[in-house]
Design a protein. Structure first.
Length: 297
């Protein structure tokens, strides 16, 4: 069974925001802003990762060797790297194609997690995730945190699919819907983190992983990623979070390649040439280091 297009191009639609956001004010917030956690991460504690295909460790169908979507253990995202480096027990609940809204609510439109634009089942209906659960990621997260009091780390990376879904389902490719999309992401991030902090009474560290730019030599790509990250970071700050500067980490890693993340080996290499939009093994390692640095402060 073929992979649905939504999960293959999770980040691609973000760059299409650039024209629409050219006059959009980026909130005055540094991606490196940090707020101390209530409880520190310790070796042997538990780690819950929430997000989309980047967190999942998704690889495009045309990569070599061909990905085996029926065996999620063959996909390594930054949570697995962080867990190995810090000695944590990892529960990676991410779903390819997840939007900020579908992470919270069942029955809403996702970009390939539960369903695909235009109708039809999504990734979760065809392939297993890293962890099995009924309902939404947020429902799983709240149950997990209540039953695993040793959890000291939660990471969240969500929002790129909201942009792509809008681009795929509007006649103007989301040019006139930018404000409503960013407002929805902001609201949803607040709901997710409020539920974790207050609903589950979680007192451990929460890290927001920022999205990278597809190509740092392209100003439009950079602006779009910065707007998305700033929207998420601003919404998250009231909930005692730390920001992992995935954007800056990718930028530094791509610097010797002129900002080209594909040439730098940070994106999945396609068998027919060129790159996908998801992180390669090296790219995931860079995102993991950003999380580890955020934890250590």
């Amino acid at each position: 069974m073929g992979i649905h297009s939504g999960s293959v191009r999770v980040l691609a639609g973000v760059t299409l925001l650039a024209v629409a956001v050219s006059g959009f004010a980026v909130p005055a917030l540094s991606a490196r802003h940090q707020v101390p956690a209530v409880e520190v991460v310790t070796r042997g504690s538990y780690y819950l990762a929430l997000g989309d295909s980047v967190t999942y460790g998704f690889r495009d169908p045309s990569t070599t060797p061909p990905p085996d979507y029926f065996h999620p253990s063959s996909f390594t995202g930054y949570p697995e790297d962080v867990g190995a480096a810090l000695g944590l027990h990892v529960a990676n609940a991410a779903c390819p194609g997840e939007t900020s809204l579908s992470l919270i609510y069942s029955g809403v439109q996702s970009n390939d997690c539960e369903n695909v634009p235009g109708g039809g089942p999504g990734y979760r209906s065809s392939y297993p995730l890293h962890v099995r659960y009924p309902g939404t990621q947020l429902q799983y997260a709240l149950k997990y945190l209540r039953t695993h009091p040793q959890t000291r780390l939660v990471t969240l990376m969500i929002g790129a699919n909201d942009v792509l879904l809008c681009q795929n389902t509007t006649t103007d490719q989301c040019a006139s819907e930018t404000g409503s999309v960013t407002a929805q992401i902001s609201t949803d991030v607040g709901v997710i983190l409020k539920s974790i902090r207050h609903g589950a009474r979680y007192l451990g560290q929460i890290v927001i992983e920022n999205y990278y730019s597809i190509d740092y030599s392209n100003a439009a790509d950079n602006t779009a990623s910065q707007v998305l990250n700033s929207t998420i970071d601003t919404a998250a700050l009231p909930y005692s979070v730390t920001i992992a500067d995935g954007y800056g980490a990718f930028e530094a890693a791509a610097a010797q390649s002129g900002g080209n993340t594909c040439t730098a080996g940070l994106l999945t290499q396609l068998s027919g040439g060129g790159c996908g939009v998801h992180p390669s093994v090296a790219g995931q390692a860079v995102l993991a280091l950003a999380v580890e640095q955020a934890i250590k402060g």
